[in-house]
Structures are given as C-alpha cells and as structure tokens.
Design a protein around this ligand. Sequence first.
Ligand code: XMP
Length: 518
Amino acid sequence: MSLTNNLDTILVIDFGSQFTQLIARRIREAGVFSEIIKYKNLNKFLSNKNIKGIILSGGPLNVNTKKIKINKKIFNLNIPILGICFGHQIISKIFGGKVKQAKYREFGNAEIKKKMKSPLTKNFFTKNKNNVWMSHSDIVYKVPKNFKVIASSKNSKFAIIGNLIKKIYGVQFHPEVSHTVNGKIIIKNFLFNICKIKKNWLPKNQKINLINEIKKQVGNNKVVCGLSGGVDSSVVALILNKAIGKNLTCIFVNNGLLRKNEAKQVLTDFKKKLNINLVYVNAEKQFLKKLYNVKDPEKKRKIIGNLFIKIFEKYSKKIKKVKFLAQGTLYPDLIESKSVTGSTTSKIKSHHNVGGLPKKMKLELLEPLKFLFKDEVRKLGLELKLPKEILLRHPFPGPGLAIRIPGQVTNEKIKILKEADYYFIDLLKKNNLYHKIWQAYAALLPVKTVGVMGDNRTYEYICLLRAITSQDGMTADFFNFDKKFQQIISNKIINNIRGINRVVYDITSKPPSTIELE
Ligand code: XMP
C-alpha cells in the first residue's frame, strides 16, 4: 500500500521511537490519513500543502548530547505541532527551555495532575487527574517562554506544555500507547480541535487499495506465499488470491516447531474451507538438524529464517516463473527488526520474516501488510471473509517453539513442550478464556529443579506459562488468572507430562519484557 497520495495528512516525524508507528496508527484509527518520515528527510516535505499537522515522535537520543539537525522552519509554518516524549524535549529546547537527565527514570504508569484547561486536553482528565504511560530518562526542567504548563506529574513538572497561540504542544508521556488512559482523546483533540482536519481514511478502502497495489506490482508474474496458518499469512493468501488468482501458490512448511495438531489443522482449513492452491512440505528433520547445539536466540532466528527461504526457493523452481515471495510481515515485525523509515530505532530482535532473511535472495519480497497492525489485519480478514477460527487465533511466531525453548532445542524438549502447551490452550478454551487473552503459550525453561512425587525425588524441567492482554503486541500486560485455574493447569501439566515437575507463571509486562522469551 502506498501511503503517498493527495489527502490531507498528519505528518509523523520519526526520531527512532519504538512507538512511532503506533502514533501513525492511532491517527489512522481516528479516520485520518498519516505518513511517517524520518527527521532527516523533513526538508523534502516542508512545502507540502497537504500537511495539516505535525507530530514529533519519541526517540532514544538525548537533546543535549546528540546534535539533532531539525529544520526550525517547521515551527513557523503555522501548522499545529505536537511533540511526544523526545519530541516534547526538542520543542522545549528549541523554544528556550532546558532539558537534563532526570534523577529518577520514569518507565511505566504515572499519575499526572491538571494545571489548566487546553484544547489538547478537553475531556482527557477525570477529576483533574489521569494515568499515563511514561518511558524516559531525561526531563524538561525549565519551561520555554510563552509556553503554559497544562499538567504535571511527581517526576515531570512539565508533563504537558503548550503555546496555545502558536498551537504547539508537548507531552512527556506516550498518548499513543494503550496504557495511557484516554490517550486517544489527546490524539483526537490534536487532530480535530487543533488541526481541524476532516476524516479521510476508512478501513473499507484499504482492501481495494491493496488489491490494486498487488496487481500493479506483480503483473503477470507468479507468487509463492509462505503460509503458516496464522492470521497474517492467511490474510495475505486471501488478498493475493483475490488480486492474482491462479498465479498464487501457497507453501506450508512443517518445521517441527509448530503447536500440537497445528499442521493437520492448517491443511484442513486451507484445502477444504478456502480452496487455495497449497503445497505441503515436511521439513521437521531438516530444521532440527540445523538447530543442533545452537543456543543463541539471534542465531536460532537466522537459521530458521534462512532455511524457510531455501525451501521456498526450492519449491518455487518447480512451479516456474515465480518472481515473488509473499509474507505476512506486519508493522511491528519491521519496527522491532529495523525501523520502517531506516531511522535510529534500536533493534530488539530479528523477526524471522524480516531480520532472519538471507542477504541474497532469488525471490523478491512481497509484503502487502507491512504497514498494518494486527487488529487492522483482523479487520481486513473479516472483510475478506476469513473463517472466525483462523481470524481469532492467537499469534504464533515464525520461529515457533524454538524461541520458547531457551537454549538448546532437542526433539525431547519439543515433545514435552507441545504437550504442555496443548493442555494450557485447551484449558483456556474450555474455560472461555482463550478470546479474553491476546496471546498465550507454554515455554520450557532450560533449568531442572528438584521435586517430590509420591515418595520419590524428581529432577525435571520448569514449564513457564505466559498469557498476555494487548492491542497490538507492541505493549502487553500479563493476564490475571484466579487461583483455581492456576491449580488446575499446574496439576494437569505435572500429572500428565513426564519431564516437568514445576510450573511458573510469567508476571512481566511488555515493556520491560518482550512477549516471547527469545
Ligand atoms: P515480542 O516477543 O517481540 O513479540 O514481544 C511480539 C509479537 O510478535 C510475535 N513474534 C513473531 N512473529 N516472527 C513472527 O511472525 C517472529 O520471528 C516473531 N517473533 C515474535 C510474538 O509471538 C508476539 O505476538
């Protein structure tokens, strides 16, 4: 999908924040078109008449030590500006305020208190307070001239500031993150109260746009699509099917790192229900052999990514005239492997369908969903009439169980883990919890501990359970199970699976942890 057209636009200037794409997405969710550019490219856009508002993102840099060369003309275009976190600090510095390293870093939830009314914060506070999501080490300690203090927190005296006449605002927290209560209201107030932009970006147009884009890009060439059975690759397969019909072949690789019964399920769903041209490849042994003795998480991801590509290339030769390999890469996959805009986003992990790819590939990549988030993909899937059981399935990572077995992956560990995971997911479904949780899984920790069963000593692995709620996988909270559920699942796993004698539950949110263990 091309994000460049003639629509009124909110420009998001990326300084390398993990959340930049979330900002763009919140704007699009509100029905307004938005485009992200890296800050170094700002000059190219300064004269663009479609820009009705500008948001400066957060970022890992420090306004005092790194020289950010931002063209100050943007502050005199008479276009409203909102700075978020690092963006807030840049605005403060440029207008004569001061920024320094804070005594206490602020990560996570913080309470801010209202100091005055403003168009940005209309309907945002409840009883003059609000809980927001902070993620910063530096703070503004002197507010710039002509800026008013709209809200303060204990650690950030200038948590929201604004020059109401110039329509330039700064917020130290992240309104784009779902953990900020009423964060969407800040974004909407900026769009509709301050920039006065009209709605112009609606989901139903996205399907038509995508189909047209694919037709244009692919022409009469053939495409193979790596199908995993998850929502993303399924939506890619359906949209390609609509765009290029018989020129599409889906390849489903069983790498032996799938959930119990998953391979069978995918074959039934796609062959019977969706009537899609599908090739099944059993590569269980190949993957396990390549992973032998590999412990490093990044190496595992790269090995798996490379082998997938080799297999896709081998099978596409058999089909002939294949030019493209289609994948269900999403926005977050790109953000966390490498910034979409090529800016300074820190690399967290190589998602196999991005960072894990070999440098030289014979096939060209086709990634129609790379600007969409998970829930946008689900909406698109609904539009494409994807069956509910596929549409609402929990996400499952490309490298599969390999990244849920920290350290060395062996056949024995995979077998144990498949069973534990099966009991966990099955119990969630039976207790009507599956759809209340965004993603759940079992992992097998590479630690053995002592237990006692009957009168015997055991020395077996620890099974870790993880269940999170999230909107998009960018941030997450752990799910709260009641004690009874915890007792039942712990008993089920230990009583039924030889090899596990201890079950633990992961109680970390993202950040600071990630959803997967590796
Ligand atoms: P993390 O662990 O980065 O996970 O917080 C965020 C979401 O991405 C999924 N994930 C992957 N998906 N290939 C994928 O297709 C990958 O390599 C990969 N790694 C993580 C993860 O399951 C979660 O939903």
